[in-house]
Design a protein around this ligand. Structure first.
Ligand code: C2E
Ligand code: MG
Ligand code: MG
Ligand code: MG
Length: 281
């Protein structure tokens, strides 16, 4: 449009950039208050065992309902929180809330919590995790922390040491969005991850018949098996995708096919049903 109007590149983009910066500033200010105002809550998405179909646990996913703008995606506000140095307090709230809510479910399934690199590198992170467990009464074995490969990017930050301390608490670790970052197989063998989560993009690619995606999933499953780790396929939406994932040997699945992220009461109901069908079996 601006090209046709004869505007140069800078004229075309400057106002746009300005709006973005302004929008960011406003969002950042709102996010700063979101915690105190109770605008944050968690949803829980089921994770299921591929072979038995039984409930393995839930992943806690952060939600922000802005009073005017409505629901804002974590894909948008989590990076903003990271840049604005708000992720530590928000992440602490997520940990405490997830532990507290999961402790009340009547099925001892696991809860997985996403952890940002910023959070992991903050000096009191291990204490925060230990306190969230102690205050909620949730056994450490029921908590899993999801980190992405990017935690290993900043050398000398002691990420491995922090992860070791987390493991010493009895908490599990999983490697999220595997294959989308700077995969270093060295870190995989040096950290005791319980599970590698295969990013949705590979699942989607595989279901469209992209040979490379199928090959990568196969290789990751083989690698995980040889390291004694499980694999979780993310973003399984259809029966056909589930079939493919079963065939490729992923141990767990998560995705809209089994359930969307649910409000805590609904997750609780799902956990109760799972308990009953487990007892019936
Ligand atoms: P993630 O950890 O990889 O979470 C999985 C995302 O995939 C979630 O998006 C989930 O709703 C979505 N998803 C699950 N199944 C399907 C499916 O079948 N189809 C499709 N299209 N999507 C599916 P969500 O909730 O929007 O979260 C996006 C990302 O934001 C997360 O990706 C995670 O990186 C980040 N995030 C969410 N909650 C937190 C949090 O509490 N702390 C931190 N640090 N990051 C968080
Ligand atoms: Mg995750
Ligand atoms: Mg993921
Ligand atoms: Mg993902």
């Amino acid at each position: 449009r601006s090209k046709d109007a004869g505007g140069g590149v800078f004229h075309a983009y400057e106002p746009q950039l300005h709006v973005q910066a302004e929008e960011r500033r406003v969002l950042e200010m709102a996010l700063r208050q979101a915690l105190a105002k109770g605008e944050l809550h968690l949803n829980y998405q089921p994770v299921v065992e591929t072979t038995t179909g039984s409930l393995s646990g839930f992943e806690a996913l952060l939600r922000w309902t802005h009073p005017e703008h409505g629901a804002i995606s974590p894909a948008k506000f989590v990076p903003l929180a990271e840049e604005a140095r708000l992720i530590a307090p928000i992440g602490e709230w997520v940990l405490r809330t997830a532990c507290k809510e999961a402790a009340r479910w009547d099925m001892p399934v696991r809860v997985a919590v996403n952890v940002s690199p910023e959070q992991l590198h903050s000096p009191n992170f291990v204490t925060v995790v230990a306190q969230a467990l102690a205050q909620s009464g949730l056994p450490a074995s029921r908590l899993e922390l999801e980190v992405t490969e990017s935690v290993f990017l900043r050398e000398g930050t002691g990420a491995l040491t922090v992860l070791e301390k987390i493991l010493d608490l009895g908490v599990r670790l999983s490697l999220d969005d595997f294959g989308t970052g700077y995969s270093s197989l060295g870190y995989l063998s040096r950290t005791r991850f319980s599970s590698i989560k295969i990013d949705r993009s590979f699942v989607q690619g595989a279901s469209r018949g992209v040979k490379e995606c199928i090959a990568i999933i196969r290789a990751v499953v083989a690698l995980a098996q040889s390291l004694g780790m499980a694999t979780t396929a993310e973003g399984v939406e259809t029966e056909a995708e589930l079939g493919l994932i079963q065939e490729l040997g992923c141990s767990k699945v998560q995705g809209y096919y089994f359930g969307r992220p649910l409000p805590v009461e609904e997750a609780r109901t799902v956990a109760s049903h799972a308990r009953r069908s487990a007892q019936a079996a």
